[in-house]
Design a protein around this ligand. Structure first.
Ligand code: SAH
Ligand code: F3S
Length: 491
């Protein structure tokens, strides 16, 4: 659902599937004469996957274009997490249809989670679609395109137990040249009952740490200053020479002894590039270990921010969601994090209106919010997803207007907490990595603190990619306002 406009501060922090997907531009490769227009929706993993797709297609004669009208191939990387996300893509397909009337040779392909969920249905329901490719089948794109070129529809939605695209060097699309995503795991084995991801992205598998480190080094050499390690459930990362997480018990003694878990991977990345800022997302509380928190504390370049979705503050609802922790266990984790890293930023995901959620459950969620006082959060009304356990076993019984009211209450509370957390910075000096010009003023830079709070300050002689110490003078609900007092020691 959409939030009222006055909720803009929070909205800026929300990866909002309703907004038009970002258009991506690729470094143009000489000799390529076909034009690819690629649009991405949903999570960071989709944006990262589009960079892999662009890389694969640049070997097939495609350069990207920003102009839909001139595209030979239009690809839309889709999200299924909520119904609204799917409706957005359906609307985009209508738009492509209108454009195709003026450019009949244009081909249209659907990538990502909707492709995986709907499979051949897409070809039946949407006449405009020529190509359907699931998240593990992008390497098959050259073959599929050959089919399409011969006038046949093409589809590959096979989910893989091995594919991590570790051997593909992503083409950085629409990049600020400072921050980049590095994917470390694919799929998810957690089976939260509301979530479609295990069905659309398959079993959890981890990427070879060596290829991760190579990518991090390569990014540093190209001038990048911050990476975000990406996975649906990063704390569950486990490399023991390849293979599914669930088969680890069958690994040899040597494999077990030399296995790399998430805490170790963080350490490897932090040491490979001691000046590179390192972030990660997302952590499921049930899989996060204190080792990870200790590693964060040990390395200055690992940012003190944890995105720690909780979904609900009610034990009963957590259980129905198959989230394998209680509210008290979550609170203990928060206390441990704050003991080890006192200034750690913590953010949340919350779902309101899960089936059977009572007013009392909702009050429990509000109480948890009050307890943690998150720095920021992403809040959603429950959206029933076909095929999930919740859809099969439970009625979507909370009326839309109740979901909306509960969501508004949670958002309101989060706004207050964000403002409270932001205010704590006034008078302090924080390290900011400059990412871009401020949206509000071209005379100001915008960047983030290690806790991921946005800070703006006059540009002076500083430039994009600099690490700067900023004295915070004032703030709005979610943005720090300050002035630079010099380069930080990291620069
Ligand atoms: N581990 C993932 C979480 C995936 S989905 C990650 O890397 O981000 C992101 C968030 O969407 C979830 O934490 C949850 O709060 C929300 N979400 C997932 N399924 C949903 C549904 N059916 N309805 C509403 N929100 C949902
Ligand atoms: Fe979804 Fe739960 Fe995995 S929210 S992505 S099933 S951790």
């Amino acid at each position: 659902m959409r939030f009222p406009l006055s909720r803009k501060v929070i909205m800026e922090k929300i990866i909002d599937e309703n907004k038009q997907g970002e258009r991506l531009v690729l470094d143009q490769k000489k000799g390529n004469n076909r034009k690819l227009y690629i649009e991405s929706y949903g999570c960071a993993m989709n944006f990262s996957d589009s960079e892999i797709v662009a890389s694969i297609l640049s070997e097939q004669g495609f350069n990207t274009t920003k102009k839909l009208e001139e595209a030979d191939l239009v690809l839309v990387n889709t999200c299924s997490i909520r119904d609204k996300a799917e409706q957005t893509v359906r609307k985009r397909l209508e738009k492509y249809n209108a454009v195709k009337r003026h450019n009949p040779k244009m081909k249209v392909g659907v990538l990502g989670c909707m492709a995986e969920r709907l499979k051949t249905k897409f070809l039946e329901e949407e006449k405009i679609v020529d190509l359907v490719v699931g998240p593990d089948a992008y390497k098959d794109l050259p073959n599929l395109l050959a089919e399409v070129d011969e006038g046949r529809d093409a589809i590959n939605v096979i989910l893989s137990k091995e594919e991590t695209y570790g051997d593909i060097s992503p083409v950085r699309l629409n990049s600020n040249g400072v921050t980049a995503f590095v994917s470390i795991t694919r799929g998810c084995d957690n089976m939260c009952t509301f979530c479609v991801v295990p069905f659309t992205r398959g079993r959890e598998r981890s990427r070879d740490p060596q290829s991760i480190i190579e990518e991090v080094n390569d990014l540093w050499n190209k001038g990048y200053k911050e990476i975000t390690l990406l996975g649906q459930n990063v704390d569950s990362y486990l490399w023991y020479g390849g293979g599914l997480k669930k088969d680890f018990s069958k690994a040899s003694d040597l494999q077990k002894a030399t296995a790399v878990n998430f805490s170790k991977l963080l350490e490897l990345c932090a040491e490979a590039q001691p000046k590179m800022r390192i972030r990660f997302s997302t952590s499921n509380p049930q899989d996060m270990t204190l080792d990870v928190v200790k590693t964060m504390a040990k390395y200055k370049n690992i940012c003190n921010h944890i995105h720690l979705p909780v979904q609900s503050g009610s034990n009963r609802i957590l259980k129905e969601m198959n989230r394998l922790h209680t509210v008290n266990e979550y609170k203990t984790l928060i206390s441990n994090i704050r003991n080890i890293i006192p200034d750690c930023g913590i953010s949340q995901d919350i779902i309101v209106g899960f089936p059977t959620e009572t007013e009392e459950d909702h009050e429990d969620t509000k109480a948890l919010l009050d307890y943690v006082k998150y720095d920021f959060g992403y809040m959603y009304a429950y959206s029933e997803r076909p095929g999930t356990m919740a859809e099969r076993k439970m009625d979507d019984d909370i009326p839309a207007h109740v979901k909306q009211r509960r969501l508004a209450e949670i958002v309101e509370l989060q706004l207050q907490h964000s403002a409270y957390r932001t205010k704590q910075n006034v008078g302090k000096v924080v390290e900011v990595l400059i990412e871009k010009s401020s949206k509000k003023s071209d005379a100001q830079w915008s960047g983030r603190t290690p806790q991921s709070t946005v800070a703006v300050f006059p540009k002076e002689h500083y430039k994009i990619g600099d690490f700067v110490n900023v004295k915070i003078l004032d703030c709005t609900g979610a943005t720090l306002i300050g002035e630079a007092i010099g380069y930080s020691e990291n620069n």
